[in-house]
Design a protein around this ligand. Sequence first.
Ligand code: NAD
Length: 564
Amino acid sequence: MEYRVAQLEALGRFLDDKKQEILEATELDMGKHGGMGRALDMAQGIVAFQELLDDLLLKVKGSMMGSVLGWNFHDVSLQPSFEAFFSEILLCKNELNITLNNLSQWMKDEHVDKNLVMQLDSAFIRKDPYGVVLIIAPWNYPIHLFLVPLIGAIAAGNCAVIKPSEIAKNTERLVAETLSCYLDNDCFAVVTGGVPETTRLLENKFDYIFFTGTSHGTEQSLAWMWSQDLLEDLGCVSEIWWDPVPHPRAVRWLVGFPPQSMFSLPTGSSPVGRIVMAAAAKHLTPVTLELGGKNPCYVSDTCDVTNVARRVVWGRFFNAGQTCIAPDYLLCTIEMQEKLMPALREAITEFFGSNPRESPDFGRIVSDKQFQRLRALLCSGRVAIGGQTDEAERYIAPTVLADVLPSDPAMQEEIFGPILPIVVIANMDEAIDFINARPRPLAIYAFSCDSKIVNQVLERTSSGGFCGNDTLMHLTLTSLPFGGIGRSKIPSPGHWELDVIHGLSHGEKCEFLPAARNSGAGKYHGKFTFDTFSHHRGCLHRNMGLETLNTPRYPPYTQQKLGL
Ligand code: NAD
């Protein structure tokens, strides 16, 4: 217990000592270096920023912008963003405090009910560590998403290997350079790198693997870009490709499509999850998969549109929409769409000003590849709010798309960016059918002044988590389990499977259902994280006396013993 507490307290010191560096690194990783001027504007004024820029330019002595982006801004005092502070520091500290305050209780043996014969015995659940666990994290909350699982892994007594995301390169570097100064290096190690390194890592036998991620990572995006280029060369309209490795066979098939044919292979978060699970299966290693999702948000006709708009806008555009549980799309009637639009516009203006690009509180897209992917989704429905983009800054304005059809690109994949499509439905029943016809999401949101409507949506759907009349907030409650739910509820016929495409001839029309976009398996946060990383060992400690009570179960099994 003392050892675990000491390591957890060391994690607390890491967060305290490195707070400023964490905020700087995450802001840079989340593309906010483009907003550095604005952040400093607020804190020190334009003059200070100009001086800083001059200073930095002197330091690199005229080097290219690419190397500027690779800098470590240790000597730069950026205005910490509230979003980074909230997610990377505050929520982690909260998890840490709850764990430290409750650890002795959680570790205690849990005594269970006994039958008559065992009244003098002791029956209990012992919380044993698994051993060495592997934690693989994504880029979108690069500290939070390895640190919160790590807190539970340490609390449960495990050793851990931590694999931060290579895409959040500033945070990755910071973690690799500094975490070892706080934790026991015999038990905790940080491994950096991308797909090849993680693949090698996964060849090892771990006792538990905790994976958070999607398929919108490096390789997938590369594959997407690669096939996109190819299609453009061919004169085809659009393609969304998600396989982590470009597939030579795909080229053949795509070449077979005539110019102007349009189809999409749905993206989703399960491909990398599957790779991890397949690697774990080789050693029969248990896994938790925290994957992505396309989270519906139903808005009933009976609600306060101003409040709905504020809560939806906050949840959708937090971290520029790069949040796994962000409301992905709205479902409402045409009348509600009309009413909501001015309220959404007002909320966006209230939060980010009339030009969100100038707001220090609105983030950027993490990478060029993600930017390209998101920009391609803007052709869905009608741009009602926003829609402006700037490739150089990887800026996409907070955007609302109206009258989006289920077949539009924005509805084929997890958006994971500042774009909010509205799909018009006739009523609540249709909204529920719409949700149930798709893979079970990580979160479902429902807004209504009538609690019966919220309850109906809750009761008649299935998802990892649920939040009525707000967005994201269920994640902040450590007493609630957080996680996804298995595989698609509906059979997903053929959908994206390549063999199906293979069978198509030139010009033949094809339609794909969304792939089984699994939101994950397992749960964590608070005590659930401790339980996730604990083997619940069923133990019975018998009394050595009263042997006569055991006689009935021993051979010879006489007829008397059988009650015959
Ligand atoms: P990702 O799957 O590309 O990467 C996650 C991790 O897996 C990284 O550390 C990466 O190095 C590794 N990885 C990537 N491809 C791999 C491969 N082929 N083999 C082995 N390892 C590989 O995900 P991402 O783009 O970094 O993260 C964004 C996604 O994560 C979104 O879809 C989001 O919904 C999801 N997410 C889920 C949760 C949750 O709690 N359920 C939280 C945050 C993010």
